[in-house]
Design a binder for this molecule. Structure first.
Ligand code: SF4
Length: 188
């Protein structure tokens, strides 16, 4: 039987610091890469987070669909749940017609060496790949470090679309909680 749920760290309905435009952003829980200096260590433990079914994730995104330009899958390391992520992306492609951007800490060679991970490249529109390197910070803060590259898989985006993405944002939830996110949220 196909897996039908993923371990989720957090979701944000309208993010501006996780790719071009206003984006629904889904952070998956668990990361085996462990980049030194990672600014989101709370996403690393695969036993933390919450399980969510694929239909419930899709419904959640659909409820924000009118307000967003695209969807971002981040983490944690999304490709550590590659089989389940493939199921989610296939469901999203059937139900939601918006471009999808994936952040991964794996290199393209590492992705190509694993058929489960490589499958994901056929299900997204763009990938920002490579581990975070704290000694090589991106001048603008996005996408975190200079070794990271943007791979355009479809024509949904151009490289220019990523030029103005801010490195960080602070979101205030209806309950007053402050959420700091982005590719380099501590950049001054
Ligand atoms: S930067 Fe991304 S890939 Fe690297 S340890 Fe942090 S969550 Fe994992």
């Amino acid at each position: 039987m196909k897996p039908s749920r993923l371990k989720v760290h957090a979701m944000e309905e309208e993010s501006r610091a996780n790719g071009p435009g206003i984006r629904y952003t889904l952070w998956l829980q668990g990361c085996s890469i462990q980049c030194p200096g990672c600014f989101n260590p709370a996403t690393h433990d695969p036993s933390a987070g919450v399980w969510m079914s694929i239909p419930s994730i899709v419904r959640h995104i659909q409820s924000s669909q009118a307000a967003i330009d695209g969807i971002t899958i981040s983490g944690g390391e999304p490709l550590d749940q590659a089989l389940e992520l493939a199921d989610l992306l296939e469901a999203m492609k059937q139900e939601i017609s918006l471009p999808i951007l994936l952040f991964t800490g794996y290199t393209l060679d590492e992705i190509s060496d694993d058929p489960d991970k490589e499958t994901i490249l056929n299900l997204v529109d763009a990938v920002i790949f490579g581990p975070y390197q704290r000694n090589n910070p991106s001048p603008s803060g996005f996408p975190g470090s200079t070794n990271k590259q943007i791979l355009l898989i479809t024509n949904a985006y151009t490289q220019k679309d990523f030029a103005l993405v801010p490195a960080a944002e602070i979101t205030i939830t209806p309950s007053g909680e402050l959420i700091l996110s982005g590719t380099d949220p501590y950049k001054p």
